[in-house]
Design a protein around this ligand. Sequence first.
Ligand code: NAD
Length: 318
Amino acid sequence: MSERSITNISILGAGAMGSLFGGLLAESGQRVTLLDVNDAHLAAIRERGLRLVTDSGDRRVHGLTACRPEQASGQADLLLVFTKTLHTEQALASVARHLGGHTQVLSLQNGLGNAEAVCRHVAPEQVLIGMTTWPADLHGPGHVESHGSGVVRAYSADGVERPACAEVAALLDAAGLRCTVDADVWAAIWEKVAFNAALNSLCAVTGCAVGQLAAVPQGPELARAVVQEVLAVARDEGIAVDDQHCLASVADAIAHHRTHKPSMLQDVLAGRPTEIGSINGEVAARARRAGIAVPRTEMLLGLLRLMEARAREEEPSV
Ligand code: NAD
C-alpha cells in the first residue's frame, strides 16, 4: 500500500448521503469530486453550488467538481461509495479508470455484501468498510438536508489495521462527521442491518411510518422477532452483536420516530427498486447456507420482491 496522503476525494453516488459527506468534506478544505448519473443534480451544483442545510445553517458549498462517473479525471486517492446498493456494481465499473493501486475505497452503504462488491474492483487491502448513523435527504436538484447528528465507524474490510484507515477517519472527523476507527465495525454493521431488516421492510410492506408500527402489538413484536433472526445469523458468523442494544434502538425508533418514512418505504411509494436484496436478501441467503431458520425475514423479502415486480409491470412503457 502506498504512503501517499489523500488529496483527491471522489464521491460515487452523490445523492442524499454522498452530497452531505461531499459538501462537508469540501467545507473542511478538501478537494472533492461528486460523481453521479443524475444530470439535473449535477447541473444545479455546477451552476449554483450545493445547497447544504444542516443544524449549523443553510448555505451553499462552492468549489465542488460535479460530473458523470465516466468523466472523472485522474485517479482518486479516496473514493466514497454512496450509491444505493443495487447500483454499486455498475457504478464501480464505470469508474474503473479512476481507481489506482493506491485508491482507498470506503463503503458506508447500508446492508451486507458491500465489501465483497468493492473487492471485485480493487485489491482487498484498498477496501474500507463502515457504517454511519448520519441522516440525509435530497430536497431537489443541488439541495441536501441533514438534521440531528450521527457518527461514522470504519475499519479495513479485511480486519488488518493500516494507517490509511486512520487517515480517512481523521479526514471525515475534521469535516465534522465524527468518525472513529473501530475494529468492531462488523458488529455495528450487522446491528444496523438488523434494525433496517426489521423497520425498513415492515414499513415498506405496510405503508406505515415507523411510529405507526405501534398501532397494534404485532407491529413491535414482528420487528423484535426479525431483529433476533438477523442477530442469530450474525452470531453464527462469529460477530459479537449486542441484542439488547439493538432491540432498544428499535423500540426507541418506534416510540420517537413517529412520522419517519424509511427510505425503503419512500422507494416503494415512488415505484423504485429497493435495497431489500442487500438487507433481508443477504441475511436470508447467509441463513440458508448456515441452516438457520429466519421465516419472518424471508417472508418480508418475498413480499418486497412481489411489490417490486408489480411496480416493474405497472411501469409506463416509453
Ligand atoms: P440516494 O438515492 O439519495 O443517492 C444515491 C445516488 O446514487 C443517487 O444520486 C443516484 O443518482 C446515484 N447513482 C445511481 N446509479 C449510479 C451510478 N451508476 N453511478 C453513480 N451514481 C449513481 O441514496 P442515499 O439516501 O444517499 O443512500 C446511499 C446509501 O447510504 C444507501 O446504501 C443507503 O442505505 C445508505 N444510507 C442512507 C442514509 C440516509 O439517511 N439517506 C443513512 C445511512 C445510510
